[in-house]
Ligand binder design. Structure first.
Ligand code: AMP
Length: 293
């Protein structure tokens, strides 16, 4: 029989127990950092925990594969669940407490409330995954209300998600500062994602076209490109002609409103989404028409 696993970091499941532990820290004037995740942690997640550890006295990480943000034909069932490995990584990155709520804890019988952020949730990912962001915003609201952090950390990898969460916290006066941390990539440019584990070697190779399309956008804007329609057409072409990839979108939008733009402006973001086989991949890159370096 394998040895029983001993977590290197304190864990908690129930909400009252979580609240008690956070409250005790607060009483000692500790600042609270919070990093929500779905587990299967990689260096991208760890960079968020490390940032929280640098900024805050007490760092809470949640691991919860939230069923309501998966569509009916998506990968909820097969999403990787490796809690023991995750706890080791949380400890290494500087987490003080890992919250592991069950689905029953988060969604007890008769649960009926959801939080919808209009507009920002309806474009890009929202077009292909119509209920996804409602699942995200509803669960993040609960996670924030249960952990009551000073600062919550999100990755720029999910650019639209962090924009929606910022909007939500402003609109609902949720008293938390949102920090967005840079995208962590493999050395070849592929953005780290828990879903990369699904990719075959050939799919992974093809997936590099996403970051290459973003690089193309970055270089061309830097070189003074003004025709964004032409540029996005080239990004789309690069992805859609890659074997094993099915393009969803490749576009350049206003970094704040996420509305499509046809001419360069100071704050823009290039976003791409494609399927590599059955695996949905997203990536993005902030662009600035003012870039001088
Ligand atoms: P997830 O476990 O996929 O829900 O992600 C949890 C958090 O980690 C989200 O805020 C993501 O944006 C962030 N994240 C995921 N991948 C990366 C990455 N490659 N670089 C930085 N942050 C990431």
């Amino acid at each position: 029989m394998p040895d029983p696993f001993t977590s290197p970091v304190e864990t908690v499941a129930e909400i009252p127990a979580l609240r008690k532990l956070v409250e005790a820290e607060r009483k000692q004037n500790a600042s609270i950092g919070f990093v929500p995740t779905m587990g299967a942690l990689h260096a991208g997640h760890m960079s968020l925990i490390e940032a929280a550890h640098r900024d805050c006295d007490f760092v809470v990480v949640s691991i919860f594969v939230n069923p309501t943000q998966f569509g009916p034909n998506e990968d909820f069932e097969k999403y990787p669940r490796v809690v023991e490995q995750d706890l080791v990584k949380c400890h290494e990155a500087g987490a003080d407490l890992v919250w592991l709520p069950t689905t029953e804890i988060m969604y007890p019988k008769n649960f009926s409330t959801c939080v919808t952020v209009k507009m920002l949730s309806q474009v890009l990912e929202g077009k292909t995954r119509p209920d996804h962001f409602e699942g995200v915003t509803s669960v993040v609201t609960k996670l924030l209300l249960c952990s009551l952090p000073d600062i919550a950390y999100f990755g720029a990898k999910d650019y639209q998600q962090q924009a929606i969460i910022r909007r939500m916290c402003l609109d609902l006066n949720i008293p938390v500062e949102i920090k967005t941390c840079p995208i962590v990539r493999d050395t070849d440019g592929l953005a780290l994602s828990s879903r990369n584990a699904y990719l075959s070697e050939a799919e992974r190779e093809s997936a590099l076209s996403l970051s290459r399309a973003l690089k193309l956008a970055e270089e061309r804007i830097h070189a003074g490109e003004t025709d964004l329609n032409q540029l996005t057409a080239e990004m789309q072409q690069l992805i859609s002609t890659t074997p094993l990839l099915k393009l969803d979108y490749a576009t350049i939008v206003d970094a704040g409103t996420l509305e499509e733009i046809s001419a360069p402006q100071p704050d823009m973001v290039a976003l791409v989404a494609a399927y590599a086989g059955a695996t949905r991949l997203i990536d993005n890159c902030l662009l600035s028409a003012d870039a001088t370096d």
